[in-house]
Design a protein around this ligand. Structure first.
Ligand code: DX5
Ligand code: ZN
Length: 217
């Protein structure tokens, strides 16, 4: 399977957010990555329901919503209502992760789990068969434009092994510091989806940047 690109709108110009969604729609990107931050799980606040809802009609591509929030269970239905297709919660924010994943799937969304850079891959061992997507953070979540943590490559291989041993159908998404410099290595290690914020939206030609990331082998 070739890899997919999920541009993160966190790096877009928020005064032109609609244009960023339309750009993604017209590009080779597979989905829109949407970072929701609450100022508690991470030291930053991004945006919430009304913003997601306002741009939903601009594309039919899936909304890949990454919740960097505490107590995500309170809001699963709200995210479904504003148009999330994939809903990813943080392992570190869920006391009853199994229950949370079931609730996401009951709402007919794909259920994702994100791991901070310090969280061991083996923490997913008992739950991997319930997961549709694993998002490995390759930076400490909270901000765009940070440097890729190299150790992530080793973690992708560990996760790839866990997934194949378990027979899980989970896909692997890598989030943070992804650029043309490291995309080939990330794909080679076994990733399926590359999230890219700065390397797309700070590029002179974002559509071309998406195409280039899509084309790495
Ligand atoms: C970080 C977010 C990322 C971020 C990636 O907390 O989860 O999705 O937007 O941005 P870049 O690609 O600039 O590292
Ligand atoms: Zn993200």
């Amino acid at each position: 399977m070739s890899h997919l690109i999920a541009p993160s709108i966190l790096a877009a110009d928020f005064s032109q957010l609609g244009k960023a969604i339309t750009l993604i729609d017209e590009s080779e990107a597979a989905m829109v990555h949407i970072d929701v931050m609450d100022g508690r799980f991470v030291p930053n606040i991004s945006f919430g329901f009304p913003v997601i809802k306002a741009v939903r009609h601009l594309t039919k591509k899936p909304f890949d919503v990454h919740l960097m929030i505490v107590e995500p269970d309170k809001y699963l239905e709200n995210f479904k209502q504003v148009g999330a297709d994939i809903l990813t919660v943080h392992y570190e924010a869920c006391t009853h992760l199994h229950r949370t994943l079931q609730a996401i799937k009951a709402l007919k969304m794909k259920a994702g789990v994100a791991l901070n850079p310090h969280t061991p891959i083996h923490c997913l061992e008992a739950i991997i068969e319930e997961v549709d997507l694993v998002c490995l953070m390759s930076v400490n979540p909270g901000f765009g434009g940070q440097h890729f943590i190299e150790n992530t490559l080793k973690r992708i291989r560990q996760l790839r092994q866990l997934i194949s041993e378990s027979g899980s159908k989970a896909v692997i998404e890598i989030d943070g510091g992804v650029s043309l410099k490291n995309a080939a290595d990330i794909v080679e290690a076994g990733a399926n989806i590359l999230v890219a914020g700065s390397s797309v939206f700070k590029a002179e030609n974002p559509k071309e940047a998406i195409r280039a990331l899509r084309g790495v082998r």
